[in-house]
Every structure is written in structure tokens, then in C-alpha cells.
Design a protein around this ligand. Structure first.
Ligand code: V47
Length: 403
């Protein structure tokens, strides 16, 4: 095999050299470049290119947050084929949280609460709004990242309230940011096959994020991969996100979500670690206008997430405490993590741990001595995945239902 050396990288696949030239000079990669990267097996070169792109944006810094994920209900009118999280309200595993239940999951140490739930058939918008207001009253300093564009679209249709008004009311109640879920893959072919045509489709999902950005609300974006989608469909998804970001600029982090094989077994096995790393790297290279790419340790597993920090990712999300969506599909990661473990993961990757809040304000930069001290202090995962959170909490009578 003839190897080509170009500006610090040794290439086995010569097709990548012109892409590296573009990436180095800040020229935008085309969709065809993206597909070429996905189809290439020159992993080290792809990783080096993506690491370069990440360093250009964030240096050696890798971000994490002390947060919790709260899922007030798993009752949902949808039946997406990839999702094991949802329940019918009569199922034994269904749960509905009261406002007090939600508050009981938050501690003063947390700086971010991430809250998303099912498309409940009869909880009013006012009930969802009351969660945000109650969190803001009880924890004035916490940042609230809540409700996906898919949920906002559902509230709007179900309760005949314009999304603009919904956003304004949530902001008045205390909303700070929007999570990136519900995007899946922007493809009507996949949406039809995986039965998610019933939720906000690509154009609408992007439009709602644009509305949030115009109101000063930052948001994230996700992509569910590793099922029936093609490389071309992944790239089209990234292209559409990049285009929206050019228009409204409010996306902060992109999070590729590796499909966790659900009971329906859309495919028989998880994406490989190589596919995970390549997806992180290609996303970093294509999304030149996104500041952050997250290696979501819950779905990647900690080992792959750690390696992803040298493949273009600069964020690993946070402590989470009790993750339910991926673990409903029996994800193999712990459901939560400790600060020590996250600092260690970042330090072991040779990067600088930075504790952030939901808005990416830097709260604490760990110098190496401190990172070493934190990383080598005793740590333990909070809960192993095999203790399934599937059962959630028992249904409570009249938890805010509109009926
Ligand atoms: O919207 C559902 C996906 C998302 C499965 O914004 C599945 O900071 C994999 O959006 N396998 C929820 N994925 C998670 C999410 C998220 C996570 C972390 C951070 C942020 C952020 C957002 O999970 C859903 C859906 O797209 N999902 N089922 C599954 N079996």
C-alpha cells in the first residue's frame, strides 16, 4: 500500500487528501465529501482530521455537566419502532410524575436539568408549563433544558396553541434551553419504515428550533443512527442541520445517538465502535458551524466515548443520575455517573476536563494535578444498567390530567 503524507497526517486512502486540504483551510465540506469519509476505512486519518477540527474550536478542552435527566412520563400516543421507552397508560411499567416527584430528583449541586417525556394523551400544556415554573421557583439558579421540538409540536397540535406562544410561555416560566431529541433521521423513507411519521418531521423540527433561536433559546440537535439509514441519509441530516445553523445560529451541541437495539430489533446488533467513532468524526468535520459534538457515554458506552474524545468530540454530557430512554432498550452503560468518573474519562483521553452549565459557561477548568487528584479518588457508578429503570414509578391518580 502506498501511503501519502499531507500536513501532519499519513493517508492510506488518497481520496481523503483533498478533503483534508479543505478542512485545514476552513473550506466547507460537500455532502459528497461526507459520503466519501463514511465509505473510507482509513480510520486513523479520519480521526486525526476530526481531532484537528475539534482542537480548532475548543483546544484541548472537553466539557461535562453536573446534571440530571428527568422523564416525567413514558405514556405516549406514538409507537415509534425504535423506541422501548413508551408505554400505554394501562401497562404495568407506565409512570406519571407529579410536580413534587420531578422536584425530588433535583439537588442543589446540579446546574442543569434535562427534562423530556412521552407525548401524553391528555396532560395539558399548562401541566407541562407548571413543571418548568415549579423547578424555577424551587431552584432559581438551575438551568432548565426541557421539551424537544417534537413535544412542542405535539402540544401545539393537541391543545391548539401556536408554537410561538408555547415557547414564549415556557421562557416566561423559566426555560433556558431546548434538548436535541426527536430528530431521528430527517428522511421520510426511514420515518415511514420506523413509524415516526406521527411526530414533527425534519422541516418542522428545524423550524421550531429556529423559533427558539430567534427567542434567544439555545438548543442541541441529535441524529439517531445505526438502524436502517444509509450513509447518504446521515449526510443529508447533517446538511440540513448545518443549513439551519447558518440561518439562526442557536445550536450548541450535536449528539449522534447510537440506536440501542429495542425489543422490535430494527436491526439485530448495535453499530460497531468503529461506526460510532466514524459518525462522531464525520459529524465534527461536516458541522463546521457547530461549536460542540457530544460523545453521549450512555449510548456509546464509556470506553467508546473516551476514544471519541480523540475523534472529534469535545463533550460527554453529564452525571445524568437516572437515564431511562436508552436503558428501556437495555443499554449496557450505567444509568448515571459521578463527577470523578467523568473527569477520569476525559483525563485518560489526554484532554482537559471543563465543568460547564447547560449554556456552556465554563464553571471550572481542571488543571492536570487537580484532574489527577479527582480522577484517582474513589469512584463508583451510581447504578448498573441491569438494574432496569424500566419499572419507573407507579402511576399516580390524577397527575395533572386534563380529562
Ligand atoms: O429523542 C429513542 C432517541 C432520544 C432509542 O439534547 C433512542 O443534550 C437510541 O435526545 N436507541 C432521547 N436512541 C435522547 C436525547 C438526548 C440525549 C442526551 C442529550 C441530549 C441533549 C439529548 O433518544 C429520543 C430518540 O431520538 N431514542 N429510543 C433507542 N432505542
Amino acid at each position: 500500500m502506498r501511503l501519502t503524507k499531507a500536513h501532519g497526517i499519513t493517508f492510506a486512502d488518497h481520496n481523503l487528501v483533498p478533503i483534508w486540504d479543505k478542512a485545514r483551510s476552513g473550506e466547507r465540506l460537500s455532502p459528497a465529501d461526507g459520503v466519501t469519509l463514511f465509505k473510507s476505512v482509513d480510520f486513523t486519518a479520519i480521526g486525526r482530521m476530526a481531532d484537528h477540527a475539534a482542537r480548532e474550536k475548543n483546544g484541548e478542552k472537553v466539557y461535562f455537566v453536573i446534571n440530571t435527566h428527568i422523564n416525567p412520563t413514558n405514556v405516549c400516543v406514538l409507537n415509534c419502532k425504535f423506541c422501548d421507552y413508551v408505554s400505554d397508560r394501562n401497562d404495568a411499567g407506565a409512570w406519571e410524575m407529579t410536580v413534587e416527584d420531578v422536584l425530588s430528583h433535583i439537588t442543589p449541586e446540579m446546574t442543569e436539568v434535562h427534562m423530556v417525556g412521552g407525548h401524553h394523551p391528555d396532560w395539558t400544556f399548562e401541566y407541562h408549563e407548571s413543571y418548568v415554573r415549579a423547578i424555577r421557583e424551587a431552584f432559581p439558579g438551575i438551568q432548565i433544558k426541557a421539551f424537544t421540538a417534537a413535544e412542542l409540536d405535539y402540544f401545539a397540535k393537541r391543545w391548539k396553541i401556536p408554537v410561538e406562544e408555547i415557547l414564549d410561555r415556557l421562557i416566561a416560566a423559566g426555560l433556558n434551553a431546548m434538548p436535541g431529541g426527536g430528530a431521528e433521521i430527517f428522511s421520510s423513507r426511514v420515518a415511514k419504515e420506523l413509524r415516526y411519521l406521527g411526530k414533527a418531521q425534519g422541516e418542522r423540527w428545524l423550524e421550531i428550533h429556529g423559533m427558539a433561536h430567534e427567542r434567544g433559546i439555545i438548543s442541541n440537535a441529535t441524529m439517531l443512527y445505526g438502524h436502517i439509514e444509509t450513509y447518504e441519509e446521515r449526510i443529508e441530516h447533517l446538511r440540513l442541520l448545518r443549513e439551519q445553523q447558518d440561518k439562526t445560529g442557536g445550536f450548541r451541541a450535536f449528539i449522534p445517538l447510537e440506536y440501542q437495539v429495542s425489543d422490535e430489533r430494527v436491526v439485530s446488533r448495535h453499530a460497531s465502535a468503529l461506526d460510532d467513532l466514524k459518525t462522531i468524526a464525520v459529524s465534527r468535520l461536516m458541522l463546521d458551524n457547530f461549536l460542540h459534538v457530544k460523545a453521549y457515554w450512555i449510548m456509546l458506552q464509556e470506553d467508546t466515548a473516551g476514544i471519541a474524545l480523540n475523534f472529534g468530540a469535545d463533550d460527554i454530557d453529564g452525571t445524568i443520575i437516572t437515564e431511562r430512554i436508552a436503558h428501556a432498550a437495555d443499554a449496557r452503560s450505567p444509568v448515571g455517573n459521578t463527577r470523578q468518573k467523568l473527569v477520569r474519562l476525559i483525563r485518560d483521553a489526554g484532554k482537559v476536563p471543563v465543568e460547564r452549565d447547560a449554556l456552556y459557561n465554563e464553571l471550572h477548568i481542571y488543571d492536570d494535578a487537580e484532574a489527577l487528584a479527582v480522577a484517582s479518588s474513589e469512584y463508583a457508578p451510581i447504578q448498573r444498567s441491569r438494574i432496569s429503570p424500566r419499572a419507573g414509578q407507579p402511576l399516580k391518580e390524577n397527575a395533572g390530567g386534563a380529562s
